[in-house]
Write a protein that binds this ligand. Structure first.
Ligand code: DCP
Ligand code: MG
Length: 387
């Protein structure tokens, strides 16, 4: 179970036999903050997001608004139709960020192994924890109480032995709920879990699964890893394991990953530009692979060159469209390389890095947008040609 392939897993991370993971997720976060700061809004259907008239969308909505079928990402106009008396509020990101920092700091009183996933949620590995509390369930209750005392807001928590199950659990009794999935309960829990709720199953994969009669985790169990890999590539193996409650991903505390890169010290110094290009191409593919695994992208591409005498230079380019795949990187790398003396001076190290990474939500939105844009390849090429 631990010997999984793939460089995305930290290689030498010792995974204890049984881990205790808590996933915390604030309830109706932006909307709850508005209700906290403006008590007259409590108990009302509150929608934080864009104006109904301006083609805006719902960022967050209070549970009172959800009773009308309103949910995040729904066009605000539609939300207004569903609930004409809903109160629309423009987001106040600075305020949400402030509270976010407060709760993240609070988590660190329990364990240094805190992995924030977004402004309002985080994984905590509490296998060993600072208060020395043996029960992860009691700890989760304490954390929820602390959040409430510190901020006046409610959070839901999920407790289990891996990240995927902990996250599923936290959503199980929202709002203000706590769910524990013990190892012996995992199979039953997953067997009836709708396939769309599985980690890594987005809209497209969900449709593909449904088309093959895979509706739940139980259905997933009936497919071999080979079948699933034939259908879903590398993710197939992951889905196969997930259905069995296997998810060895560690809680990664230093989630402030600022960049994704590949760097190689060459066996011998090289001067030949074709060889330099060959090394760079490998690195680009590796970086693109990592970006795709992490489902992210970044704004800045950096090429690093160390010459034989150890002088090191970097050449960077920042674009508004960002770097998500090999094509993005290859479109700009030659120009960066041309600004170095590679090919003239012997080179001992090469590195390609994408930095200034988008946060999870923005990366998701941008990647989604790009998939739609692929339908217009000619237009894209035309734009690129003009730059
Ligand atoms: N958010 C956003 N756009 C989205 C989804 C979410 O701007 N499409 C913002 C607003 C949310 C916050 O992120 O308040 C946290 O997202 P969650 O998915 O955790 O949703 P909520 O906290 O609002 O509700 P829940 O109680 O379901 O967690
Ligand atoms: Mg939330």
């Amino acid at each position: 179970m631990i010997a999984r392939d793939g460089p995305s897993l930290r290689k030498s991370f010792p995974i204890p036999a049984v881990r205790k993971i808590i996933h915390i997720d604030m309830d109706a976060f932006f909307a709850s903050v508005e209700q906290l700061d403006r008590p007259e809004l409590r108990g009302l259907p509150v929608i934080v997001g864009g104006e109904p008239k301006s083609r805006g969308v719902v960022a967050a909505c209070s549970y009172e608004a959800r009773a009308f079928g309103i949910h995040s990402a729904m066009p605000s106009g539609r939300a207004q139709q569903l609930c004409p008396r809903a109160v629309f509020i423009r987001p106040r990101m600075a305020r949400y960020r402030e509270i976010s920092q407060e709760i993240m700091a609070l988590f660190h009183r329990y364990t240094p192994l805190v992995e924030p996933l977004s402004v309002d949620e985080a994984f905590l590995d509490v296998t060993a924890n600072l208060p020395g509390e043996p029960s992860a369930t009691r700890l989760a209750e304490r954390i929820r109480a602390d959040i409430r005392a510190a901020t006046g807001l409610t959070a839901s928590a999920g407790v289990s032995y891996n990240k995927f199950l902990a996250k599923i659990a936290s959503g199980h009794r929202k709002p203000d709920g706590l769910t524990v999935i013990a190892p012996e309960q995992a199979r039953d829990f997953l067997a009836v879990l709708p396939i769309g709720k599985f980690y890594g199953v987005g809209r497209v994969t969900e449709q593909k699964m449904l088309a093959r009669g895979i509706r739940t985790g139980g259905d997933l169990l009936r497919h071999s890893p080979q079948e699933l890999m034939a259908l879903f590539g590398k993710s197939g193996r992951f889905f196969h394991d997930m259905a069995r409650g296997i998810d060895p991903r560690p809680v990664e505390p230093v989630r402030v990953r600022k960049s994704i890169g590949s760097e190689t010290t060459l066996a011998t110094d090289i001067r030949d530009l074709a060889q330099v290009n060959a090394v760079l191409r490998e690195q680009v593919l590796e970086v693109a692979d990592l970006l795709s695994r992490k489902q992210t992208g970044g704004r800045t591409l950096t090429l690093k060159v160390r010459y034989h005498d150890f002088t090191t230079i970097t050449r960077s380019r920042t674009t508004t469209e960002g770097f998500f795949d090999a094509a993005d990187i290859l479109a700009h790398l030659p120009r960066l390389l041309a600004a170095t003396e590679a090919g003239k001076r012997p080179v001992r190290l090469l590195g390609v890095t994408v930095a200034n990474l988008y946060d999870e939500r923005e990366a998701r939105q941008r990647r989604g947008r790009r998939i739609r844009q692929l339908r217009l390849p000619f237009m894209e090429l035309a734009f690129q040609g003009k730059k």
